[in-house]
Design a protein around this ligand. Structure first.
Ligand code: TYD
Length: 212
């Protein structure tokens, strides 16, 4: 595949989605290849339906393995229908979350094991890995308090989990980052948003100069 695959990761409330939007508002028109922005869980019609099942607070009986498999199922569809065709066409794909979220949330947060969750995702994606991953780093306490302020009472099923779950997820992200030091770039998500955005852009220019 000849395109460029860039993912954004981080705990809930890190601000990934806003950062991604603002980065593209600033540099989208300068990018040479066509680009698309997508997100997980979701990103395609079928995958968005799976997303609704996963995140519905009413599904509080969902088993951890069911959850991991549903994320992987949504991802498989997303990869086949959206990501792979775009990369094959030489486009840049910016994805709000990808496999690393499953390793952190399901592997570590739900205690399924990072290795085990990696295996089902290797099957789901044919081992597709991002070329570059931005880890927007905020402590789980800060992320959660941002969400509670931003949309009180509207947290999804995962966001409703307690602080000790989110602390485990955060430790999971640190473990995953250590597994892939060459593609992970950590950005301090507690900085003012403009600084976060500028650091992402500077990293893209340094790591992928040919796309500008
Ligand atoms: P996300 O859409 O990033 O949340 P929001 O847009 O509200 O910031 O992700 C939804 C939730 O799903 C979030 O709590 C992280 C979780 N998640 C997993 O547990 N595993 C995964 O593989 C993915 C992609 C997300």
């Amino acid at each position: 595949m000849t395109g460029y695959f860039v993912s954004f990761e981080g705990p809930d409330g890190a601000g990934k989605s806003t950062v991604l939007k603002e980065v593209l508002a600033k540099i989208g028109s300068q990018l040479k290849p066509q680009y698309l922005v997508t997100r997980e869980p979701g990103g395609s019609k079928i995958a968005e339906k799976i997303r609704d099942i996963i995140l519905d607070p009413a599904n509080d009986k969902m088993d951890a393995k069911t959850e991991a498999l549903l994320y992987a199922a949504a991802r498989s569809q997303h990869v086949e229908e959206i990501i792979k065709p775009a990369l094959t066409a030489g486009k840049i794909v910016f994805s709000d979350r990808f496999v690393d979220s499953s390793l952190a949330y399901q592997g570590e947060g739900r205690d399924l094991g990072i290795k085990e969750v990696k295996q089902i995702n290797d099957f789901a994606t044919n081992k597709l890995d991002p070329d570059l991953t931005f880890f927007i780093d905020v402590a789980p306490e800060i992320g959660l308090s941002r969400i509670q302020k931003l949309r009180p009472g509207q947290e999804d099923r995962l966001e409703q989990e307690n602080l000790s779950f989110h602390k485990k997820v955060y430790q999971g992200f640190l473990k995953v980052r250590a597994m892939y030091p060459e593609r992970f770039v950590t950005i301090d998500g507690t900085q003012p948003i403009d600084q976060v955005v500028d650091q992402v852009i500077a990293t893209l220019k340094q790591r992928m100069p040919e796309i500008f």
